[in-house]
Ligand binder design. Structure first.
Ligand SMILES: [Zn+2]
Length: 232
């Protein structure tokens, strides 16, 4: 009780001197709201199996690299999910990654309890982009998932060797050729029999995650589950 009232006091103090605002509508947040106000949080659309299956059939079935596709939210422009992803990637707000990762783990706790996953691989950034940004947003999503599931993270088995241009304005074919050979395996041993959770902030046509998954499969990975914070 004492701790709760002390925490409440600290929250109110921080709220007064360091007010936080909704990333989408700019409304002042109360002490329990995180990044988005309640109204904007209600606008987030959960990604259901139906949507990810349609997406899977469209882009993932034929290359047959990724075995399963999952995402937390559906992405659409000019909505709160775009603000979350934008602030995570371009405004140094890497803690949003941790927050989204924890949501992925808590909202899919049954899934993570029954699925055997050996480790999590966050989609790596090229070192030039990493230096510019100062962090890899996917690392933080992976940390959030790992914190709640205890699945270890493997950051050093795959490297991004091609500094690709942003995929935003490219069509599906252009995206595929843009990321071709962008990743290289740099693990010390074979991934024989390993089930890997491959994590990214947003998946659109899957070109990046498929190309990264290809390198893992070529090096023995048994099963690759793609999980993103948002699915376009
Ligand atoms: Zn809002």
């Amino acid at each position: 009780m004492k701790t709760n009232s002390l925490t409440g006091l600290i929250d109110n103090f921080l709220d007064f001197f360091l007010p936080r605002y909704c990333l989408f509508c700019n409304l002042k947040l109360n002490t329990i709201e995180q990044y988005l106000c309640n109204q904007c949080t209600l606008q987030l659309i959960k990604c259901d199996n139906n949507h990810s299956e349609i997406k899977y059939k469209q882009y993932f079935e034929s290359p047959n690299i990724i075995n399963e596709l999952n995402a937390l939210y559906l992405f659409s422009k000019e909505t709160p999910i775009q603000s979350l992803i934008h602030c995570l990637k371009y405004q140094s707000n890497y803690r949003i990654g941790n927050y989204l990762g924890k949501l992925i783990a808590s909202e899919n706790s049954d899934y993570f309890r029954k699925e055997i996953i050996d480790f999590i691989v966050p989609i790596p950034l090229h070192r030039v982009k990493f230096t510019e940004r100062g962090y890899n947003q996917s690392d933080y999503i992976a940390i959030g998932i790992s914190d709640l599931t205890n699945i270890p993270i493997e950051k050093n088995i795959v490297k991004r060797v091609k500094n690709t241009e942003s995929q935003t304005r490219l069509n599906h074919t252009e995206r595929k050729s843009n990321v071709k050979d962008a990743f290289r395996f740099c693990g010390k041993k074979s991934l024989e029999g390993k089930n890997i959770l491959l994590v990214d902030d947003i998946i659109t046509t899957g070109s990046t995650i498929i190309e990264c998954g290809r390198v893992l499969k070529e090096n023995g990975a048994e099963k690759i589950i793609a999980f993103s914070a948002a699915l376009a």
